[in-house]
Design a protein around this ligand. Structure first.
Ligand code: GAR
Length: 210
């Protein structure tokens, strides 16, 4: 099986990137290799995590550029590096539709809620957990899905749920969703992709047997 080249796009702390680096280190992504980390912010801590793991990094800032230009620069970088799989791991910028045409079913996103709840434009980072607590739902979690031009709208690959607990704050909830959901299902989804075990049929992602 061909070794898949993975690029991870980040904007901030990079704990999901770290989960991928750690999973790779444990041999849990045998058919993939993280080759490139692109950050939309020059001060993202994710860049330090990548450098420490010996992964090539690149900063492409959104500021002062049209969305189309920003998108094109990212596409060119990914194309030059011959990337097979793009992972949005806390990547906070919405790209132009052209991106999702080129990377259809080759780009995945991790979202910190159970899609189709608490998702779409404006639902990112800590805000998602604030809205979850405001609404009073008793279950939340995370979703990994193929990204398309509709924010948080593409076919779902994996989800994991946890209970909302009495006394939770956005911060405690975010931490548990990360630890118990995101950091587990993101590496799993990446590994399934690299093993060629994900088959997309319309909205449905079939997970093929090993
Ligand atoms: C994560 O919770 C991720 O799911 C979320 O931002 C956080 C980034 O943390 N992403 C979104 O809200 C995208 N809509 P990280 O930089 O430590 O991985």
């Amino acid at each position: 099986m061909k070794m898949k080249k993975i690029a991870v796009l980040v904007s901030g702390g990079g704990t999901n990137l770290q989960a991928l680096i750690d999973a790779q280190g444990r041999g849990e992504i045998p058919n993939g290799r993280i080759e490139l980390v692109i950050s939309s912010a020059s001060d993202a801590y994710a860049l330090e995590r990548a450098a420490k793991a010996g992964i090539e990094t690149c900063v492409i800032e959104r500021k002062g550029k049209k969305r189309e230009t920003f998108t094109r620069l990212i596409q060119e970088k990914l194309r030059d590096a011959q990337i097979d799989l793009v992972v949005f791991a806390g990547f906070m910028i919405i790209l132009s539709p052209a991106f999702f045409e080129e990377f259809a079913n080759r780009c995945m996103n991790v979202h910190p809620a159970l899609i189709p709840s608490f998702c779409g434009e404006g639902f990112y980072g800590l805000h998602v957990h604030e809205k979850v607590l405001e609404y009073g739902v008793k279950l939340t979690g995370a979703t990994v899905h193929f990204a398309d031009a509709v924010t948080d709208g593409g076919p779902i690959i994996l989800q994991k749920a946890i209970d909302v607990e009495e006394g939770d704050t956005p911060e405690t909830l975010q931490r548990r969703v990360m630890e118990q959901c995101e950091w587990k299902i993101l590496p799993q989804a990446v590994s399934l992709f690299c093993d060629e075990r994900l088959e997309v049929e319309g909205r449905i992602v079939h997970i093929l047997p090993a």
